[in-house]
Design a protein around this ligand. Structure first.
Ligand code: TEU
Length: 576
C-alpha cells in the first residue's frame, strides 16, 4: 500500500483562488497557488467537481463528466494544473459523482425525450392510482425522493413517446386521466437523478469516465456517496417507523459493482489511490470495501464521528458535542478497521461540514490551541489524513447574520422546513448558522484584505474573519500552519505513524483523548486535551523521560513523572 504515509489536501475549486475577478474560484487560480500547496508537504490534492454542471448542488449535479465547466476554466488549464502539481510530486484526485447525474445531462434529457435506452439509465417507476409516490423514501435535501418524470417530460414539450410502448405509462394529463404518473428517483436534489447501476451500460459508462480522467494523468479518485449505488431493484418502501436509508444504503450489490469498476478502470494501476465516501455506513462494510485483497477501494470516509453534536441523530439541531461519543466512535473505527484489515480516511473537515474548530473547540479563547490539538489528534491516528483547505490556517465558520448570506440549497430548504416544523425564524437561523455547509465553503483566506486575497471581484460567499485568520499572517509568524507542516512531515519520517498498530488508552478519561501506537518495538503515546482547562492524566512509566514527537505548546517537555498535566487544548505525543 502506498497511501499510508500520504497526506491529502482538499480544494473546493469555487473557493480557493479566483484568477479572473468573477467572484468564483477557478483552475488557473489553483495553478497560481501550487507553490503554497507544495509547501505544505502534501502528496495529493482532491478537487471537488469542476465539471460542466448547472451548479444546483455546486457541481455534484454533473451534466458532462468529461468537460470542464467554463466558469472554472478549460481542459488545457486542467492539464496545466496536473503538470504543475506533478513537478512537486503531487498527484491529482478527482471527485467522481457516479450515483446520480444532473437532469441536464444528455442521458436524462434523452430519457425525457422518450428514448427507452436512456430511460433505463435511471430509476423510473409509476406512482399509485391515487397519486401515491413509488415508495416512501425521503430526499437527503428535504422532501420526497421522487419527482414527476411525466411533468418534466411535458415541460420540454414531450407529450407522447415510446415510454408508453415499453411498459411505462406517460400521460401528459397527469394521474387523474387514467394512466399512473411516472416518477424518477432522486436521493439528493430534484435535479440529481439517481443512476440505475443495474444497467450494465451505466456501469460501462462509469468505468469509461474513470478511464478518461486516468488518461489525463489523474492519480486518485474520490467516489461520491458510492455506497448508495447498490440499491435493490424492487426499491421497496421502508417499513413504517424505520429509517428509509437502510433500504438503499450499503446494499449487497455495492461491493460487486465496486470490484467491477476497479477491474475495468483504476484497479489496473496500483499507484492509484481511491477513497469512497460512505453515507451512514458500518465498519463491517467499510472493511469489505477497503481490504486490499478485495480489490475495491484504498480507503473509506465515514461520518459517524461528525454526528456527535446531532440531537437525536438529526443534523438540523443544535447540541454541544458529546466527547465520550466522539472518542468512542473514532476509537471503534480505528480498532475495527485494523482488526478487519481495512483502512480509514481521517478527517475533521470537508465541504459538507461546518468547521471542526467551531464544533469541538474554543475559537474565541483558544483558537490556535484548538486547531493544532484537533490536527494532532487526527493526524496520528491509523489511517490517511485529509486536510480541507483553510484548516491549516485555523479557519472558522463565517459570522453571517442573515439567511441571504447562505447559498446552499440544503441550508435554505432546511431553514424553511424548520420554520414549518414550528421553530421561530431566529431559532431556525441559529441552527442554519451552526450547521450549513456554506460554513466551510467560504473563500480561502490568503490575506487580510476585504476579499481575503481570493478575488478582485465580489466573492460568491463572503469571508468575515480574514483580518484575524489568513495565510499571510500564518506565514509571518502564526503557529497553526507550521504545526500542520510538521505533522505532515512526521508521518513520512516515522513509520509508527503510517504503519503502527492503534491501541486505545484511558478511554474513560473525562477530558483527554489518549491513544497508543506501536510499531517494531517502538511506542507512541498521544494525549489530547479537548477542554479549555488544565487536566491530569496517568501515563505508563515507559514514557517518562521519553522523546516529545510533537506538541502544540512550545515549551512542552517530556513527562518527568507518570502524572502528566496538560494545558488547555494541549496535545502531547511522546515516543518511548
Ligand atoms: O455528500 C454526501 C452526503 O451524504 C451528504 O448528504 C452529506 O451528508 C450532506 O451534504 C451533509 O448535510 C456528497 C457530497 O459531498 C455533497 O457535497 C453532495 O451534495 C452530495 O454527495 C450529493 O452529490
Amino acid at each position: 500500500m502506498s497511501f499510508q504515509n500520504k497526506t491529502i489536501y482538499q480544494i473546493y475549486p469555487r473557493s480557493f483562488r479566483d484568477s479572473t475577478g468573477s467572484g468564483v474560484g477557478d483552475l488557473h487560480g489553483i495553478i497560481e497557488k501550487v507553490p503554497y500547496i507544495a509547501s505544505l508537504g502534501v502528496d495529493m490534492v482532491w478537487f471537488n467537481p469542476f465539471f460542466v454542471s448547472p451548479q444546483r448542488d455546486n457541481g455534484y449535479d454533473i451534466a458532462d463528466y468529461r468537460a470542464v465547466n467554463p466558469a472554472f476554466g478549460t481542459m488545457k488549464d486542467f492539464e496545466e494544473l496536473v503538470a504543475a502539481l506533478d513537478i512537486h510530486g503531487i498527484g491529482v484526485m478527482l471527485d467522481m459523482v457516479l450515483n446520480h447525474t444532473s437532469t441536464q445531462h444528455e442521458w436524462f434529457q434523452r430519457a425525457l425525450a422518450g428514448e427507452r435506452d436512456y430511460q433505463d439509465f435511471y430509476y423510473l417507476r409509476p406512482g399509485g392510482p391515487n397519486g401515491e409516490l413509488p415508495n416512501n423514501w425521503i430526499s437527503k435535501f428535504g422532501g420526497p425522493a421522487w419527482a414527476s418524470f411525466t411533468a418534466a417530460s411535458a415541460a420540454i414539450g414531450i407529450t407522447e413517446n415510446n415510454a408508453r410502448t415499453n411498459g411505462f405509462a406517460l400521460n401528459p394529463a397527469g394521474p387523474d386521466a387514467g394512466d399512473p404518473e411516472l416518477y424518477y428517483l432522486h436521493l439528493f436534489d430534484i435535479t440529481q437523478a439517481d443512476l440505475n447501476w443495474h444497467n450494465p451500460r451505466v456501469r460501462q459508462e462509469m468505468a469509461d469516465i474513470v478511464e478518461f480522467w486516468k488518461g489525463k494523468g489523474v492519480k486518485g479518485f474520490r467516489f461520491d456517496v458510492i455506497n448508495l449505488i447498490g440499491k435493490p431493484e424492487d426499491l421497496l418502501s421502508a417499513p413504517e417507523g424505520t429509517d428509509d436509508r437502510a433500504m438503499y444504503t450499503d446494499g449487497t450489490l455495492v461491493e460487486p459493482f465496486l470490484r467491477e469498476l476497479a477491474a475495468a478502470s483504476f484497479g489496473q494501476d496500483p499507484e492509484i489511490v481511491t477513497v469512497g465516501e460512505m453515507s451512514s455506513t458500518s465498519i463491517d462494510k467499510c472493511i469489505v470495501y477497503t481490504k486490499p485483497e478485495n480489490k475495491a477501494l484504498s480507503m473509506a470516509f465515514n461520518f459517524h464521528h461528525l454526528k456527535v453534536d446531532y440531537a437525536d441523530g438529526k443534523k438540523w439541531t443544535r447540541m454541544p458535542f458529546d466527547f465520550a461519543a466522539l472518542k468512542g466512535v473514532l476509537t471503534e473505527w480505528c480498532v475495527g478497521m485494523q482488526a478487519g484489515g481495512g483502512w480509514n480516511a481521517l478527517f475533521w473537515n470537508n465541504h459538507d461540514q461546518p468547521r471542526a474548530n467551531n464544533r469541538f473547540g474554543d475559537v474565541v479563547n483558544y483558537p490556535v490551541e484548538t486547531a493544532t490539538m484537533l490536527a494532532t489528534t487526527i493526524h496520528l491516528l491509523r489511517g490517511t489524513p485529509y486536510v480541507y483547505m483553510g484548516e491549516e490556517i485555523g479557519m472558522t465558520d463565517p459570522d453571517y447574520t442573515s439567511l441571504a448570506d447562505y447559498q446552499d440549497v440544503e441550508a435554505i430548504n432546511a431553514f424553511h422546513e424548520l420554520v414549518e416544523s414550528g421553530l421561530s425564524g431566529d431559532e431556525a437561523f441559529a441552527v442554519v448558522h451552526s450547521k450549513a455547509r456554506d460554513n466551510s465553503r467560504t473563500p480561502m483566506q490568503w490575506d487580510s484584505t476585504s476579499t481575503a486575497g481570493f478575488t478582485s471581484g465580489t466573492p460568491w460567499l463572503r469571508p468575515t474573519n480574514q483580518a484575524a485568520i489568513n495565510v499571510a499572517a500564518e506565514e509571518a509568524g502564526g503557529r497553526i500552519l507550521p504545526h500542520y507542516r510538521k505533522l505532515i512531515a512526521l508521518r513520512k519520517a516515522h513509520p509508527i505513524i503510517a504503519e503502527g498498530a492503534f491501541v486505545p488508552y484511558e478511554l474513560a478519561h473525562p477530558d483527554v483523548f489518549a491513544y497508543h501506537r506501536t510499531h517494531e518495538g517502538q511506542q507512541l503515546l498521544v494525549l489530547n486535551n479537548f477542554y479549555g482547562k488544565q487536566t491530569e492524566i496517568e501515563i505508563p512509566p515507559e514514557f517518562v523521560g521519553g522523546t516529545v514527537l510533537i506538541s502544540n505548546y512550545d515549551d512542552a517537555a517530556a513527562p518527568a513523572d507518570t502524572t502528566v498535566t496538560l494545558q488547555p487544548y494541549q496535545s502531547l505525543a511522546v515516543l518511548s
